[in-house]
Design a protein. Sequence first.
Length: 558
Amino acid sequence: MRHFRFFSLMFVTVLFSAFVGCKNETTVNNDIQRQSYVSPSADSTYFQEIGAQIGLNFNHSIGGNELKNIIESVGGGAAFLDYDNDGYLDIYACSGIWIEGFSKSDKPEKRAGNKLYRNRQDGTFEDVTDKANVAGPWYSMGISVADYNNDGFSDLFLSNYGRNTLLENNGDGTFVDRSKDSGLEGGMECSVGATWLDYDNDGLLDLYVGNYLNFDPDYKYYYAPDGFPGPLAYDAQPDHLYHNLGDGSFEEVTEEMGISDLDGRAMGVGSADYDHDGYMDICVANDHTVNYMWHNNQGQGFTDLATLSGTGFSQAGEATVSMSVDYADYNKDELLDIFISDDNYCSLYENMGNGVFRDNSYASGISVASGQFVGWSSSFLDFDNDADPDLFKTNGELKHLYGQEDQIFENLGNGLFKDVSVNLGGYFEEEHVGRGACIGDYDNDGDLDIFIVNLNSESRFLRNNLGNTNNWLIVDLIGTRSNRDGVGASLRLIADDDVQITQKKSTSGYLSQSDPRIHFGLADHEKVDKLEIVWPSGAKQVLEGVAVNQVLQVREPE
């Protein structure tokens, strides 16, 4: 009996030692893995690609190894967000997955899916996807972020091939799936772009979801070099507008609000108050068909004014392969202009006032430089902080996994842009099959960085090394009477004789969402004389003598 106890004790001791040893070894290995990500020193380039070095090892997947259908060619997007409210931007990226009967290849050994990366505040990221409970499985196209329940934490809406997903932020680093309970799950559709907006200014964010087409995997008629049938081979799917009821649920009000989508194959969707009447409007970039400009009739309904406004067609009078939507006052006349990317010349719609736009893409110099590329995500940004909006655009083939170079157009003033990409870093000489992209200041140094999703390939992260040689201001809005995100707020900044206007938006670019804070480049201005804010509630706020080179949090007056 003594021998049995002795050997039992020895066995437990050895087992405990082995367990402790394994635990220590695991801890050491985890520490080594965490410490292996170090933000590299800045090189001499404007934009330095550092994704893999800082832990952003995201690989987008179409579900298989070869591009076999139109749905696989659509995704995916990404978002900058601060999901844990620590003041640093995190990243969520969307991917497809292998689906039996849909994916025309063997099931891969390694699971693909969406990823959430937490910003470690030292210039690097860690993968917290499983910890946060946001892995899927979903075949996700795009992401739109909003605090839909006004609890102070960012929630995620994923537009999917199949039922959509609403992930509510628990506030403890985890999320819970509220898709079905909320009423936002939808049917077995192919949702692509989506945008949050408070269309009736009741302090609750509503949601517009752009749907694509009714994909038929058995339809085989197409021009062989294309690889698969194009979008016009399939019937369009109608978009949906959801009204936030304030109890965690939404009601579909599409028809009730006058939205009739008979032939639109939605890609990018954006919302802003383009006519400054206090209500957010919705612009839908449709593939191969006329775009939509849903004008908001004081929260009582919507009317499509795309054709009348001049935004339905390109400068050639054609319905193009429209991809993404973004807004900015590029010519500084205090009117919001619109850029819509497409498969060739793109459209830069100058706001002429009175609800009318003029396509200046050719006159601005953008068309000639864009004509050889297929443009996907496109976003306004002031990359050099010189106090005017420039433009970033991802490019990539439509129906083949053929890469193209991405582009940055510098705003030269006087309505002109110039492609300066090759002067900004070696990345812009590389060819990738670009899709979504989000833009934000991930290291809080005052200039804008870029995360890019490439179709069925590795992502890229461009750190801005030189933009903060000019002054800047970042504004973080917190709504009280308005929706907590402040979406729909209008801002007017005055520094000496320079005036900039912008609005707080939801999505921007293709399937993506950029920094939730508002960035102003200030050139050599040493202070902001006046910052005027008009909140969605109608409340007006004026700040004077604002210091530059700071992240300024502004709370709506009660």
